[in-house]
Design a protein around this ligand. Sequence first.
Ligand code: S3P
Length: 175
Amino acid sequence: MVVLTGFMGSGKTTVGQQFAELMGWRFLDLDQEIERGEQKKIRDIFSEFGEAEFREIEHKALMKLVSSNLSHVVLAVGGGTLAQPRNEALLKLAGVRTVFLEVPVEVMEQRCCGADHTTQVRPLAVDSERFRTLYQARLPSYRRADVTIQAGGKTPEQVASEIGEALSLVHLDEM
Ligand code: S3P
């Protein structure tokens, strides 16, 4: 299993799908797993139970996936997943490799805080200032990923092949 981390709007799902296709692996998205398990949208879990309860649910969902010992899986986690030390520890212990997709904050902000993407979709993308403050607070945890890929301004295909290369899973001269 390879885990993709990064802030909201960094392209974890799009790139993850592309990387899974490149590898011939399965793609999973932790938020989608949570929504399926709870039969509720993430925004409804936040509004009905609050963020602390969401973090519990998120932790349990990650534990379930990691303990099922899946190989050949690309898992995109939420922007806050690895900011929880218990989740980082879980992945380390299981020997799961992590990839941080680094994208300029203004690009992610554009994607998440724009007119068509309100907090209805991402409860923590409230306004520009809070978005940036949260990103800065999370950056140290993203930086502890095994690999960092500069994903800004690149196509998902490019980023996917760079991940494969960085993890020594594909060689560019074979592509
Ligand atoms: C969150 C990011 C979201 C989702 C939830 C909380 C966060 O996932 O898990 O809204 O804390 O940054 P994406 O990063 O996939 O948007």
